[in-house]
Ligand binder design. Structure first.
Ligand code: NAD
Length: 479
């Protein structure tokens, strides 16, 4: 098996070492071998991006549209194959993998259009006879660092706007799942972009990530990942004055009120908490349920969970694929023990199970009799685990929902316009869902959170311009 290479200054380049990409549904299967770049190669990629930036920042919007549109077209045409690769390396079910690949294609199509819609303002000066123009300019070189849980969609929603607004890119995908990042780079390499505009450097955070963060030639860093790494990104970038945006963890609440449609609530909760094996930053992990519907809700969720098939991500009929790797599985199982020790009742799931092939399989877990003070309700678990917190009324539900250091997504299931409207207004989250799962968003509108979940400008939609451009104000005295 020959290792897939890094893409630096328009050329495929071997790394200084090679890593194996393992299928979490079948650990005997090596999905592929992927080069790991060393610091010198990352510096070469950054230098190439800086050199290319001199002309790419002034490129025609048509050139940017053509490249991004071609990339989107190829991703959409190959979404079944890319989705299969995604499911094989990350463990999402095949329909989820294909859905995510399709989303990446849509994102490129959207930002192809955005390249044609870069707007500015023209105003009269307060001084007579002078014109004032406000324009958006590319930042320059963008360093992109992405997590393992959305291995094609997150790279897409950072690369596409970076290029659309005239930036050059150096991207480091997660070391655990480099396959989709590489496949995306392969498509991008054939899109007609000049050498150096787009660079892929795979490998470890401590080597590749650190070199990106610390380079004076990287003008902005777009990061998605854990809180701990995000805080480090913030410290390094602030110290050297680079622009940065962070998307990090969540502890997303889903409120279920007595007046909810029970079927809708159960579907939203089960989908939001457990699909994609609960490995979504927007996954619901706290079901905050009022007393009148509590027992019926718990019984219905339990019945639904017991009907879900945990298995090989690529097998037809699987509802929940494996956990991504051994260390994440160990962490998930540890939280099951922590919950029990804290006095929570494990209603179902939370067990490692075996299947035909060796993989990281775990049944979806539901806790009841929990309080919002318990660690299982305060710390991000990032697995198929959720808790029920019983509350007396809407006011208590809102207070509990907001009582968290995170603020990414929050949901409410209710048929009351009054409570839905109030929750939309008072929820301290960046995204609010009514009768819908906390996970699952559109690609043409902003994505991001508040409090400890996010920092900096929003991602996606037209709001992406805030991060990927800088604003210039020009004054002219026509003489
Ligand atoms: P992680 O923080 O371990 O890694 C994220 C990326 O940072 C990886 O590419 C990693 O190699 C890199 N990295 C690690 N150390 C680094 C360093 N010292 N310098 C530079 N880069 C470094 O996160 P993960 O485990 O890959 O992803 C899971 C986390 O991501 C969860 O907390 C989840 O909530 C979060 N997430 C957030 C969002 C969001 O939009 N808010 C979306 C998806 C995932």
């Amino acid at each position: 098996m020959s290792a897939k290479q890094n893409f630096i200054n328009g050329a495929w380049t071997a790394g200084s070492e090679v890593g194996q990409n393992i299928n979490p549904s079948n650990t005997a299967e090596v999905v592929g071998e992927y080069a790991r770049a060393d610091a010198a190669q990352v510096s070469q990629a950054i230098a190439a991006a800086k050199a290319a930036s001199a002309s790419w920042r002034y490129s025609s919007p048509q050139a940017r549209f053509d490249a991004l549109d071609a990339i989107g077209t190829e991703i959409l045409a190959r979404k079944a194959e890319l989705g299969e690769l995604l499911s094989r390396e990350e463990g999402k079910t095949l329909p989820e993998g294909i859905g995510e690949a399709g989303r990446a294609g849509q994102v490129f199509k959207f930002f192809a259009g955005e390249a044609l819609r870069i707007v500015g303002d023209k105003l009269d000066s307060v001084r007579p006879g002078i014109d004032v123009e406000i324009t958006r300019e590319a930042l320059g070189v963008i360093g992109i660092i992405t997590p393992w849980n959305f291995p094609i969609a997150i790279p897409a929603w950072k690369i596409a706007p970076a290029l659309a607004f005239g930036n050059c890119v150096v991207i480091k995908p997660a070391d655990l799942v480099p396959g989709c990042g590489w496949a995306l780079a392969d498509i991008i390499s054939r899109s007609g972009l000049p050498d150096g505009v787009f660079n892929l450097v795979m490998g470890r955070g401590s080597v590749v990530g650190e070199t990106i963060l610390n380079s004076a030639d990287v003008n902005g860093v777009s990061f998605t990942g854990s809180v701990a790494t995000g805080k480090h990104v913030a410290a390094v970038c602030s110290a050297r004055g680079a622009k940065f945006q962070l998307e990090m963890g969540g502890k997303n609440p889903m409120v279920v009120l007595d007046d909810a449609n029970l079927d809708v609530a159960v579907e939203a909760c089960v989908n939001g908490a457990y699909f994609s094996t609960g490995q979504r930053c927007t996954a619901s992990s706290r079901f905050i349920v009022t007393a009148g519907i509590h027992d019926a809700f718990v019984a219905a969720v339990k019945a639904r969970l017991e009907g879900l098939v945990v298995g090989d991500a690529l097998k037809a009929g699987t509802h929940i694929g494996p956990v991504v790797d051994q260390s994440q599985l160990t962490q998930d199982l540890e939280y099951i023990e922590i919950g029990k020790k804290e006095g929570a009742t494990l209603v179902c799931g939370g067990e490692q199970v075996s299947r035909d092939t060796d993989g990281f399989y775990m049944t979806p877990a539901l806790f009841t009799n929990t309080t919002n003070a318990m660690r299982i309700n305060r710390e991000e678990i990032f697995g198929p685990v959720a808790s029920v917190i019983k509350v007396k009324d809407y006011d208590e539900a809102l207070a509990v929902a907001n009582d968290t250091e995170f603020g990414l997504s929050a949901g409410i299931c209710t048929t009351s316009l009054k409570y839905a409207s109030d929750f939309k207004r008072k929820s301290q989250a960046g995204m609010v869902m009514v009768n819908l799962p906390t996970a699952g968003v559109d690609y043409h509108v902003p994505f991001g959170g508040t409090k400890g979940s996010s920092y900096g400008a929003r991602e996606q939609g037209s709001y992406a311009a805030e991060f990927y451009t800088t604003v210039k104000t020009a004054y002219t005295l026509p003489v």
